[in-house]
Write a protein that binds this ligand. Structure first.
Ligand code: HGY
Ligand code: MN
Ligand code: MN
Length: 413
């Protein structure tokens, strides 16, 4: 059994508290989006902490922030997560994997020079809050950024990703230099964002699978008319058609049962005045299932249902796919290392699927990858109500540090 490695509780608590204030609107949660002012402040704070921890600090061509503990070999065992948040987000989603990894490397530095190099990363984008970046930081590391993306992706203000990069001193032409070929393993510490661990009072979740996820934008075009002078039977109300589509596809996935989930979280109705029958309605679809064949079957039924409702309401419908991530099974060898670390740390654990998507599901396509969860109080996340007890953060970061010690200091075991 590996010797347990603890992390400094006071240090981790400070990291969580202070990073959790960057981009926070008191009472409304965090707003920290790729390359915006809060993101830059978080980047600078992390660089300071990395330096104070005695690690080598680096920012790559897309803004991923790294702390490095050089080993005898240049092969790298990587840990970390994303530093961006959803709008009105919590202070643990992504951030805990960053600062938990930093606290783990700070502790491991006391153990001398590892055989393999250790790195912690703050990935520049995971949530697609500003640009539909689809794990942009991870894709840059894997060499999966398409040449036209920096000029094609635009935010709500019409700023392209390329312009936003330049505004923070990054050069879109240099994106290819972010590619890594030296990664032997990736471990991501993350909050569960559901209520299984909290309900069962289990300390750590060992993630087995991350669900397949599809995002789509459904645009419905009807006929804009006067709200007073247009009889109900003569209308082609875009919102009423869209609302029926949303209800029917939601009932379709409810009928499939757990763990299938579908969410229509973003809506636009135009022109948006009480006295105008809406001519256009647009809504998002987020569909997930740990079995991508089931996801694909449900997706086909969703698209067919939207087309059927459009015909019934005599409106036009357009479906654009924005994200289509496959399910990912975590690396069995790394899961065994995590189980050994759990035993060394004397904490309870259970295997479980992830409901949320993570950078790990993409990293796992090229690098052996595993994730560990800590409990979310009442399962709340993507909300200012997101909370994880410090003791749980410390337990998760200590299991992470113990696993990293095994991988970097005793790689042959
Ligand atoms: O949507 C997700 O599951 C992740 O938080 N991006
Ligand atoms: Mn999230
Ligand atoms: Mn996350």
């Amino acid at each position: 059994m590996t010797r347990a490695v603890g992390v400094d509780e006071r240090l981790l608590g400070t990291y969580v508290e202070e990073l959790g204030r960057i981009g926070e609107a008191p009472g409304h949660g965090l707003f920290r989006f790729q390359y915006d002012a809060a993101w830059q402040q978080a980047r600078d704070q992390l660089l300071q902490w990395i330096g104070e921890a005695g690690l080598e600090a680096r920012v790559d061509a897309v803004g991923n922030v790294f702390g490095r503990l050089p080993g005898r070999s240049d092969r790298v065992v990587l840990t970390g997560s994303h530093v961006d948040t959803v709008p009105s987000g919590g202070r643990y989603d992504g951030a805990l994997g960053v600062v938990g990894g930093l606290a783990a490397l700070a502790a491991l530095r006391e153990h001398g020079t590892p055989e393999r190099t250790l790195e912690v990363v703050a990935l520049c984008e995971e949530e697609s809050s500003r640009f539909t970046g689809n794990f942009f930081g991870t894709r840059a590391m894997l060499g999966l950024i398409e040449p036209d993306e920096p000029d094609r992706l635009v935010d709500a203000d019409g700023i392209t990703l390329a312009e936003a990069m330049r505004q923070v001193g990054l050069d879109p032409a240099a994106i290819a230099t972010a590619r890594r070929s030296d990664l032997d393993a990736f471990l991501e510490l993350h909050i569960e964002q559901g209520r299984v661990l909290a309900d069962e009072r289990v300390d750590v979740g060992l993630v087995e699978v991350i669900p397949a996820i599809t995002w789509q934008t459904v645009t419905v075009r009807g006929q804009q008319d006067h709200a007073g002078a247009t009889p109900m039977d003569l209308r082609r109300d875009a919102f009423q058609a869209a609302a029926e589509m949303a209800r029917r596809i939601t009932r379709l996935v409810e009928g499939e049962g757990r763990p299938a989930v579908l969410t229509t979280g973003r809506w636009e109705v135009e022109p948006g005045l009480p006295s105008i029958v809406p001519g256009l309605a647009r809504f998002s679809v987020d569909l997930r299932h740990p079995d991508e064949q089931v996801r694909d079957r449900l997706l086909a039924e969703v698209d067919r249902t939207c087309a059927e409702v459009a015909g019934q309401h005599r409106v036009q419908v357009e479906v654009v796919r924005d994200k289509h991530e496959e399910a990912a099974t975590m690396d069995a060898g790394l899961l065994a290392v995590l189980r050994d670390a759990v035993d060394s740390c004397g904490v309870s654990s259970r295997s479980m699927p992830s409901g949320a998507g993570h950078d790990s599901q993409l990293m796992a396509t090229r690098v052996p990858t595993a994730m560990l969860f800590v409990p979310s109080v009442e399962g709340r996340s993507h909300s200012p109500a997101e909370f994880t007890e410090l003791a749980d953060c410390v337990r998760g970061a200590s299991v992470l540090a113990t696993a990293l010690h095994r991988l970097a200091f005793d790689p042959g075991t």
